[in-house]
Design a protein around this ligand. Structure first.
Ligand code: SF4
Ligand code: ZN
Length: 310
């Protein structure tokens, strides 16, 4: 198989674009897609300070690498979830990545004072691990971005992630989530960081190939708590469709953004405005919330109560 651009040996076929690319042309293609995402969606500029949420996996490390190579001011934030050896290994990947590039990064512990990890915290409050984890990660990412004066918080969500999430939200008609399906979530008020997803134009396969070609050493193992996640089921279903009809994922998600996303935003504008009007600082941590305590502080308070009782 030859590269369709330069006739060198191709390393990846991209059926949705009816093309195949060598390592150099793949790298150029990936970087162009990220620049296009940033430019079209007005995500950020080279004058902005970007905080990249890094997990040690391929998507977040590729995103950090691309942003640095394109000349953006991008620092990393790793949140230690206390998931045994998985967390130890993923943190090491981030550390080595940053050292090699002389990049600035932070590490934040999501475990409680006694070192209890996500699995145990979720068990204590009888919530699915991913739900507790999502709440805790959102808190730390937002808190660090706001406290350290970052202009945007960037995450490594790719086309597969966004198409799968859209599928789940459409299957269950979760309108309040459809409103937030875009690759940019503005900083709706003080205390909330602007959030961007510069990889939404690229698939998992393309990003994995980018990592291999560019020598990015990432954690290949999936999170051991991911089993049973509905998102994985939607991803598998979309992969079957994509195999039979290349380009389906792209037309599903990009088509939603071009033709439908605005409608959901408009339909729910008044609801969002009402939500914002209800926001005030959390009595524990000061982050914006519509109830007395934010969901993170409620979760932490519950874990303490359960510990005392047991
Ligand atoms: Fe957290 Fe679930 Fe992702 Fe694991 S799979 S990192 S528990 S959200
Ligand atoms: Zn709080």
């Amino acid at each position: 198989m030859k590269c369709r651009k330069c006739s060198d040996k191709a390393v990846l076929s991209i059926p949705r674009h009816n093309t195949a690319l060598c390592g150099l042309c793949l790298t150029e293609y990936v970087q162009i897609q990220v620049e296009r995402a940033i430019g079209r969606e007005k995500m950020c500029t080279k004058e902005n300070k970007i905080l990249v949420a890094v997990s040690g996996g391929k998507d977040s490390l590729a995103l950090w690498d691309i942003l640095l190579k394109l000349g953006y001011h991008a620092d990393g934030l790793y949140v230690n979830l206390g998931i045994g050896q998985y967390s130890v290994r993923s943190r090491k990947k981030v550390e080595v990545f940053a050292e090699l590039r002389n990049a600035m990064w932070f590490s934040q512990d999501a475990t409680n004072d006694e070192g209890t990890g996500i699995r145990e915290l979720a068990d204590l409050v009888r919530r699915p691990a991913c739900a507790a984890c999502g709440c805790i990660k959102r808190y730390h990412f937002n808190r660090m971005a706001v406290d350290q004066d970052y202009d945007v918080l960037a995450t490594g969500h790719n086309l597969d992630d966004e198409a799968a999430r859209l599928m789940g939200n459409v299957l269950h008609w979760q309108q309040e989530f459809l409103e937030k399906q875009g690759p940019v979530l503005p900083a709706s008020m003080e205390g909330f960081a602007k959030k961007i997803k510069p990889l939404y134009r690229l698939t998992e396969r393309e990003i994995a190939a980018y990592c291999v070609v560019n020598g990015i050493d990432y954690i290949v193992q999936d999170c051991p708590l991911a089993t049973g996640s509905r998102l994985l089921v939607y991803k598998e279903a979309l992969n079957v469709v994509e195999q039979a009809s290349p380009g389906s994922k792209q037309s599903f998600y990009w088509g939603f953004l071009a033709q439908q996303a605005e409608k959901f935003k408009l339909d729910h504008q008044s609801m969002s405005e009402r939500d914002i009007a209800l926001l005030h600082p959390c009595e524990e941590c000061g982050q914006p919330t519509s109830s007395a305590m934010c969901s993170y502080c409620k979760l932490m308070a519950k874990t303490k109560t359960h510990k005392k009782v047991s």
